[in-house]
Design a protein around this ligand. Sequence first.
Ligand SMILES: [Zn+2]
Length: 215
Amino acid sequence: MSEAELRRALLDTTIAAQREGLNRGASGNLSVRSGNGFLITPSGMAPTEQTADDMVWMDLDGNAKGTRKPSSEWRFHRDLYVARPEFNAVLHAHSTFATTLACLGRDIPPFHYMIAAAGGKTIRCAPYATFGTQELSDHALKAMEGRKACLLANHGLLAAETSLERALALAVEVESLCEQYCRTLQIGTPKLLSDAEMDVVLEKFKSYGQNAQKT
Ligand SMILES: [Zn+2]
């Protein structure tokens, strides 16, 4: 895709993320790999105010091109593109249920087999650090090791994938899992899947050769 097409796709996905209920107002941010850098949503603008021209191109050293200021969270987007060549899109949201669990500062255990969609047997929660800092990015990258999604303590969720469509689908899946886990905790103690059961699921997901798919 050309840079112009990527700008349009990034805007469309940002609007779609809001429609899915992942973000409200100007919270959350998205990016897509473009050339030897990436395009990221602008800082402090609601999706409905944004145009394709407002998307900010940045190089992998964090230098922005254009008139808009990039999202204040550009560091973890940049660091994921540098450290994880398999990722072409990154989505960050303050969605309600993921954020609720992130405020407990706990990893999400394998209460449901779809936890494997995030790449492992748990969805980790990165320790708290101030938004926009390198410290937060460092925590996030550690929580993303061997994973495609994580929670950020007292903050929200992070999902990264090979395309914008997949990043959005993964974020929606993680938010659904967080809602299901919250509801389960309200009425009892979840019965967790064993390591062996999760190994089977992770293996099955691998053999699809694509994103995790529901069976
Ligand atoms: Zn945030």
